[in-house]
Design a protein around this ligand. Structure first.
Ligand SMILES: Cc1cc2nc3c(=O)[nH]c(=O)nc-3n(C[C@H](O)[C@H](O)[C@H](O)COP(=O)(O)OP(=O)(O)OC[C@H]3O[C@@H](n4cnc5c(N)ncnc54)[C@H](O)[C@@H]3O)c2cc1C
Length: 478
């Protein structure tokens, strides 16, 4: 159906069909509201084509091989190189070959109308879609406009960068060839995951990290263990350095990154994994009293400050730049939109159906490196900064029977941060092979505020890595 043949009035208009926009539309439709969804690129968003899906498809063979190499009797069978063509083909499959037919069918299936093109607010509850052929279509929202436009990679404005054709996360997750030498600028999640992938596929990787270590937002031992493994995998990690300029010699020539310590690094590609910016600069926010180019500030129901109809959901509100957290917000925002539309009272209490409270204190994240790093809630430093009286309880995962069975020479560590006044957990971090799947147990303990005395009765099966829970509790009790 052409845009013109579709209605111009919807209960909810969603701008951006990433995982978050799709879920807002789904919740709106489930509540009986009509929904229009506007998308300028591919339905499915960054996550499906240039972020979660392709990165995890690339990492899975890398991590599985590393795990297998540590299993007695199996290691010898997996000493060879990865089959690069097969790994990239696997990635292509998980990125749906950068086609969105499947997601279009899904949106059709829930009865949402799709508008292809760039969406821009042109006044309160009014969005104009500019289609790829330049035609414009004006949509009006009866109840809500949900901005779900996500974020994009930031490339620092270094001298020479515009002619150096640097990689961002998009190129790093979709590249068709393995660069001989890759410089990764940034030591956060995207930097370490992509360094892990490309080093395993044969690139000579140099990481340039401004701070003291990798994964600065996690407990310090997470970055230390990941750095140790990346170094063993051949990566050259340089901390405390900043790139000052970038130069590419000729269209196909190498790229040189100059550093503030006077050194320089030459490579075939340079990846800037240096943060994200909101996609709000060309959204018409000025027509509704909001500032373009900034992260949108939303309350726990995802309603934008000083409005009663404009929602900001997912990356764009900067609460937690993760797909699962954005989809959680989408479920909450969808329910809030429906309740407000139906004149029902909102439940915005701590555990209310209309408040994304987990964003504040219980955001889970898995970094899919070798070893994996996973955390939920507050780190020790964050808990202390927030004024809690806390104790960090650490345990070496190598001493857990299940970990020893999982891998020869298992290296890993766990920490729980205990609120000493209430004897509940404020945060948990695991680092080690195969611990990603353990994280949800920690999330439930943190969100459920399960007292330590009760956790004592949650008996982990022997001999699994989960027995780390028992060891942490024993260490705490002394
Ligand atoms: C390399 C990488 C790996 C990641 N891995 C993980 C992971 O393993 N797990 C995890 O939870 N998170 C991961 N993330 C984060 C995750 O990708 C984001 O949190 C998630 O995509 C946010 O979803 P969203 O719907 O808010 O935004 P997006 O996915 O960015 O979607 C926004 C959509 O809006 C569209 N859009 C923007 N402006 C307009 C406009 N004006 N009009 C119409 N359409 C518009 C865009 O084209 C896009 O399709 C990763 C990120 C990166 C970069």
């Amino acid at each position: 159906m052409t845009h013109a043949a579709k209605p111009a009035l919807y209960d909810v208009v969603v701008i951006g069909a990433g995982p978050v926009g799709e879920n807002v539309a789904d919740r709106a439709r489930a509540a009986g509201l009509s929904a229009a969804v506007i998308e300028s690129e591919l339905i499915g968003g960054e996550c499906s084509y240039w972020a979660c899906m392709p990165s995890k498809a690339l990492l899975r063979p890398v991590v599985a091989r590393a795990d297998a190499r540590r299993v007695p009797g199996l290691g010898g069978a997996v000493q060879g190189p990865l089959d690069t063509a097969a790994v990239l083909a696997h990635r292509d499959t998980y990125a749906s070959h950068w086609k969105d037919d499947g997601q279009v069918a899904w949106l059709d299936g829930i009865g949402a109308d799709i508008f292809r093109g760039h969406g821009r607010l042109t006044g309160p509850k009014e969005v104009t879609v500019t289609a790829p052929d330049g035609t414009e279509h004006r949509l009006t929202a009866r109840h809500a406009v949900a901005v779900c436009t996500g974020s994009r990679a930031v490339v620092p404005g270094l001298p020479g960068v515009e002619n150096a054709r640097p990689w961002t996360s998009r190129e790093a997750t979709s590249a068709k060839e393995v660069p001989g030498r890759l410089v990764v600028v940034g030591g956060g999640v995207v930097g370490v995951e992509m360094a892990t992938v490309w080093a395993a596929l044969g690139s000579e990787v140099t990481m340039l990290v401004r701070g003291k270590g990798l994964l600065p937002r996690m407990e310090p031992f997470a970055g230390e263990l990941v750095a140790e493994a990346l170094t063993e995998a051949g990566a050259d990690i340089r901390t405390g350095v900043s790139a000052t300029s970038v130069r590419r010699d000729g269209p196909d020539g190498p790229v040189t990154v100059e550093l503030d310590n006077g050194e320089s690094v030459e490579a075939d590609e340079v990846l800037f994994a240096t943060g994200r910016a909101p996609r709000t600069e060309d959204l018409g926010l000025e027509t509704v009293g909001q500032e373009p180019g900034k992260w949108l500030t939303a309350d726990d129901s995802c309603l934008v400050e000083e409005t009663d109809w404009l929602y900001a959901v997912g990356d764009v509100n900067h609460r937690a730049l993760l797909t699962h957290q954005g989809k959680y917000q989408a479920r909450i925002a969808g329910a809030a939109i429906a309740a407000r539309a139906q004149g029902k009272p909102l439940d915005t209490g701590r555990w209310g159906a209309h408040a994304a409270t987990a964003d504040h204190a219980a955001v889970p994240q898995v970094v899919f490196t070798d070893p994996e790093a996973a955390s939920v809630g507050l780190t020790l430093a964050e808990a202390e900064q927030a004024g809690h009286r806390v104790r960090a309880v650490d345990f070496d995962l190598a001493s857990v029977a299940g970990a020893g069975l999982y891998a020869d020479g298992y290296r890993g560590r766990a920490r729980m941060v205990v609120d000493l006044d209430r004897e509940v957990l404020l945060g948990v971090t695991f680092v080690g092979p195969g611990i990603g799947e353990l994280l949800h147990s920690a999330t439930m303990a943190v969100v459920g505020e399960i007292p330590i005395d009760r956790l004592w009765h949650a008996v982990p099966a022997y001999p699994t890595i989960s027995e780390v829970w028992l060891r942490l509790l024993e260490t705490y009790r002394g």
